[in-house]
Design a protein around this ligand. Structure first.
Ligand SMILES: [Fe+2]
Length: 251
């Protein structure tokens, strides 16, 4: 069960004496360590001197560059397209892994945590396969452009870090199915928006075939999002009844 009353001692109300002491100490802590640098000054230094988050890789070989379908594109910013293709590829690969984790958790939860509302495992498996198909599609697209699909692009790096929190929620054995579904919902929302952008970029690049394939992927992602949202709402609605019952015991 996700929501039960217990000895949760994380709140400030659990220790009025210590919380009062903490607030007093907080007021006495100096804002600087040596009196010369403010926190904002240190942050500004790193913001002004940081290197960019990697670079977009060029086609790996001269032959690859010569054969590259990029030469036939009409867009002016192929590096943006490759950056975003690399981002999507990494995200879809992660998508396979999170669905595999969710399937494992739901298989376990089906006869223990949530016997009243098991998720359709076969549906999760279908979504997992589709994420893998999207990964394969993006791999082929990058190869077609003469780019290396194993290279991590800057936006792949950034979106991987952004999604790492969701991954942690889903892979943590202590989290419930509904907590995982909340993370899945965030993943699928971001996924949908990113596919929409990728379609626009493909059209801008004059890559009509790719745009059509991406449109098909987006249709599948739309279904993922709709069903994950539906499961999440149902999961959240059921335990609420239990929580209300538990709360009534304290009133
Ligand atoms: Fe998806």
């Amino acid at each position: 069960m996700d929501q039960h009353l217990g000895m949760n001692r994380t709140g400030i109300d659990m220790s009025p004496v210590h919380s009062k002491q903490m607030l007093q100490v907080d007021a006495e802590i100096p804002q600087t360590t040596d009196g010369s640098s403010t926190r904002a000054g240190i942050e500004n230094y790193f913001l002004e001197n940081a290197d960019p988050l990697g670079s977009v890789p060029l086609p790996g070989t001269v032959k690859g560059a010569a054969k590259s379908a990029l030469k036939m594109t009409t867009g002016h910013h192929p590096e943006v397209f490759i950056n975003k293709l690399g981002e999507r590829l990494a995200y879809e690969r992660s998508g396979v892994r999170v669905y595999q984790q969710l399937i494992a958790k739901c298989t376990h939860a089906a006869d223990s945590l949530t016997p009243d509302l098991p998720l359709p495992i076969e549906r999760l498996e279908e979504f997992c396969r589709q994420e893998e198909e999207h990964f394969d599609l993006l791999t082929q697209c990058l190869k077609k452009l003469g780019a290396d699909p194993t290279a991590q692009t800057p936006d792949a790096d950034a979106s991987g870090v952004a999604a790492s929190g969701m991954m942690k929620v889903i892979t943590d054995p202590r989290t419930s199915v509904s907590q995982c579904l909340q993370a899945m919902l965030a993943i699928e929302l971001a996924d949908n928006a990113a596919w929409e952008l990728l379609i626009k970029l493909a059209e801008d690049m004059g890559m009509k075939d790719m745009a059509e394939q991406f449109q098909h992927a987006l249709q599948q992602e739309d279904i993922h999002l709709r069903e994950v949202r539906d499961w999440y709402e149902k999961k959240c609605a059921r335990p609420g009844e239990n929580l209300a019952a538990e709360l009534s015991m304290f009133c």
